[in-house]
Design a protein around this ligand. Sequence first.
Ligand SMILES: Cc1cc2nc3c(=O)[nH]c(=O)nc-3n(C[C@H](O)[C@H](O)[C@H](O)COP(=O)(O)OP(=O)(O)OC[C@H]3O[C@@H](n4cnc5c(N)ncnc54)[C@H](O)[C@@H]3O)c2cc1C
Length: 360
Amino acid sequence: MSVYDVVIVGAGPAGSIAALVAHRLGLKAVVIDRLQPPREKPCGGGLTPRTWKLLNRLGVEYPVYGSCNAIETRAAGYKYVLRKEPILITRRPDFDYALLKQSGVEFVKDQVVAVKGNTVVGKMGEYVGRVIIGADGATSVVARSIGIMNYQGHKTHAIAYMTIAKGPPSDTCVIDFDTVINQTKRVGYAWIFPLGEGANIGAGVGWGPWIDLRKLVVDYAEKAGYRAGEVRGHPLSLGHVAGVGSRHVLLAGEAAGLVDATTGEGIYYAVSTGAAAAVAAYAALKIYGNEKYAHGIYQELIKEYVEEVKKTRLLSRMAKTLGTKRWAVKLLGRRLLNLYTKVYTGEATYSLLLKPVEKL
Ligand SMILES: Cc1cc2nc3c(=O)[nH]c(=O)nc-3n(C[C@H](O)[C@H](O)[C@H](O)COP(=O)(O)OP(=O)(O)OC[C@H]3O[C@@H](n4cnc5c(N)ncnc54)[C@H](O)[C@@H]3O)c2cc1C
């Protein structure tokens, strides 16, 4: 049985970036995923400016199929159009596969069922890691194995559906709260993200029992002039972070619950914390000489991301109450959009922007 410096569970953006950084730091690593890449991951594929800037800084290449130069938001009968730096639209099978290939790390297809001490137990084999990185997404087995309940069904996660639809090209992203609120009486939004000849179209709702939005997505696509393909759903963290690891086990990306609960943006946190997890592993093993320090170092490295995400959970709860009220949207709509724009371009953080409010 091989012993690795780092065993990484999950070949999404968190796992592949953790692998890439671990490899660059000279650590012996392996990535395990239950699915053979390239695999589908239900997602809008939207790479916000802060995400593509981070990927560029890391020097990785990734496929882009569409670009939004304008974002049209529809809420409480109002329509706001914002033009900022573009949101780039990718396709997750190709994007994730590109990151994994560039990591230079060995890949093994296996379904992980538990973590016991330093051993990752799969259905096909066992993998020993001095540090273990759980990057196995929303319903993380690694998190559950170490007793961290970041995933508790609809209490902690929204449900979102998406399809790749054929239709007219566009350079505008649509974020539509009205359609979802009117049809489901729940707060959520539908989106249209352009992808060359077509679009990634989807919808999600949170804060309550999950509902099947497949018909809504197909009808919404048709109404906008697109022909929907297969519609797939997936849980999406509402920013519930019960923990990010323990001793030598680190949770990265959505396994740690790290998603902006107001927008559903998760790739940014996956890439950031995947990289941080690899750095923490390196520091524990090569500087402090003991894997037991990995979690402490990691907590310190990512504390601002965790704080940010916790704030989005609060904001999202507020949106649940106020999002359906026309007067509230009229009062706060444009201001909130400006705030989100500053955050997703990387110009500011929620923490910074909410500081004046916290002082009141
Ligand atoms: C419909 C939808 C739309 C979204 N749109 C956007 C968007 O436009 N922009 C954005 O930034 N974010 C979006 N998100 C969020 C984003 O998709 C996730 O936050 C992101 O994929 C998290 O990356 P990750 O690497 O942490 O986990 P994942 O991408 O989920 O990867 C986890 C990997 O672990 C593997 N795995 C899971 N369990 C096991 C196991 N037991 N053994 C082995 N392997 C396992 C899985 O096969 C998978 O490959 C969306 C989410 C949904 C559901």
